[in-house]
Design a protein around this ligand. Structure first.
Ligand code: NAD
Ligand code: DAU
Length: 352
């Protein structure tokens, strides 16, 4: 029975991953460690909270004592580090916490995994692996052509992507220096259930339902490469189990869309399904994000060829599933937007 220490499992992708793994395997144990920042929500995990193969521990990945106790209590086989500050706009307002969590938190996990897994110089207990969940944003921004491959030089621009790149480099350092068994995954933009409504897709759905203006940064022509979250979870599972130690894997399904296209797709579906007064009139162009990356696009050749990964959910299907999930779970969003997020939203968007 393999034991997974999953960090950040109460957030968007982490919660989807915990559910995906517990649905797929009955012979694994998942310890979910999350400090429950504004983005962590145990409601995302109601479906697994009584699963005997699942345990939640509230702790900060920077907390050496708390994480050490977990390694002492459990024979951890895999660390899967999702825990992060993840929102670019917040990083522009307050970079420090991004360095704290995404760099120092990663370093603390690496140190403790090394302490508990290392046998002697250059030797680690067999079967152990540290998997860093990173992002395509570490590669920077593309022009109109080309894709990010695993050998594209790191060129992050925002405090968020720079902190993620720094975390990746610490993981690389532990692999290169101590021969620690690691993988790094770099995925494109995810969408799906449980995404915090500060991110584009759930924000647009929520604003449409509330008939509030939809803030479009700049000219709305920035391009993101969207992947249904379950396909990301499937890829991570493959990397943990079959990824070659020390390798980086890019994850993405060649699904590039401009922001304005995404917004119009959501409006069209809600217009038909919910209320014909939800229309493109809600679209409001606002001041651009500082340092706004123009285009992301992943080349997934390596993970497709080496691990046989391909996405299962076409965008046309995934986006409808996603919108319908938010419609069926309005209470989930309403609870969030009535809390801390309410102040965040008015502060962030009053400046735009
Ligand atoms: P999220 O913001 O929804 O969730 C982050 C989780 O980490 C939350 O549950 C939060 O409580 C927890 N957390 C934050 N700081 C912590 C700390 N110091 N200690 C313990 N827990 C802490 O993020 P997400 O969108 O689910 O992203 C998860 C990971 O995937 C991140 O590392 C992100 O960089 C990466 N990623 C995200 C995307 C995307 O499109 N969302 C794409 C590629 C990669
Ligand atoms: O590419 C992977 C990354 O995708 C992850 O590493 C990040 O954690 C995740 O947040 C996401 O970053 P983005 O900055 O691409 O996502 P966001 O949803 O914030 O914005 C998507 C695009 O939409 C981006 O071009 C900015 C634009 N946007 C966003 C918001 C919130 C708007 O035009 N208006 C908005 O209100």
């Amino acid at each position: 029975m393999k034991t997974y220490l999953v960090t950040g499992g109460a957030g968007f992708i982490g919660a989807n991953f915990v559910q995906y793994m517990l649905n797929k395997y009955t012979d694994i144990k998942i310890i979910n460690v999350d400090s429950l920042t504004y983005a962590g929500n145990l409601e995302n995990l109601i479906s697994v909270e009584h699963n005997q193969n699942y345990e939640f521990i509230q702790a900060d990945i920077r907390d050496e004592k708390a994480i050490n106790q977990i390694f002492e209590k459990y024979d951890v086989d895999y660390v899967v580090n999702f825990a992060a500050e993840s929102h670019v706009d917040r990083s522009i307002e307050n970079p420090s916490i991004f360095v704290e969590t995404n760099v120092n938190g990663t370093l603390n996990l690496l140190n403790l995994a090394k302490k508990h897994w290392e046998l002697e110089d250059d030797q680690f207990k067999p079967g152990k692996k540290y998997v860093q969940i990173s992002t395509d944003e570490v590669y920077g921004s593309l022009g109109e052509t080309g894709y990010f491959t695993e050998t594209t030089p790191l060129d992050p621009h925002s405090p968020y992507s720079s902190s993620k790149a720094s975390g990746d480099l610490m993981v690389k350092a532990y692999a290169d220096t101590y021969k620690m068994p690691v993988n790094i995954t770099r995925c494109s933009n995810n969408y799906g259930p449980y995404q915090f409504p500060e991110k584009l897709i759930p924000l647009v759905i929520n604003n449409c339902l509330k008939k509030e203006n939809i803030p479009v940064y700049g000219d709305g022509m920035n391009i993101r490469d969207w992947l249904f979250v379950e396909d990301h979870c499937k890829a991570i599972d493959m990397v943990i189990n079959d990824g070659v130690v020390g390798e980086v894997y890019n994850i993405g399904g060649h699904n590039e869309k401009t922001n304005i296209d995404i917004i119009k797709t959501i409006i069209a579906h809600l217009n038909k399904k919910v209320d014909s007064s939800i229309s493109e009139e809600l679209i409001t162009f606002v001041k651009d994000r500082k340092g706004h990356d123009r285009r992301y696009g992943i080349d997934p050749t390596k993970i497709s060829k080496e691990l046989n990964w391909l996405p299962d959910t076409p965008f046309e299907e995934g986006i409808i599933k996603t919108i319908d999930w938010y419609l069926d779970n309005r209470e989930w969003t309403n609870k969030i937007v009535s809390g801390e997020y309410k102040d965040y939203y008015s502060n962030m968007y009053s400046q735009k």
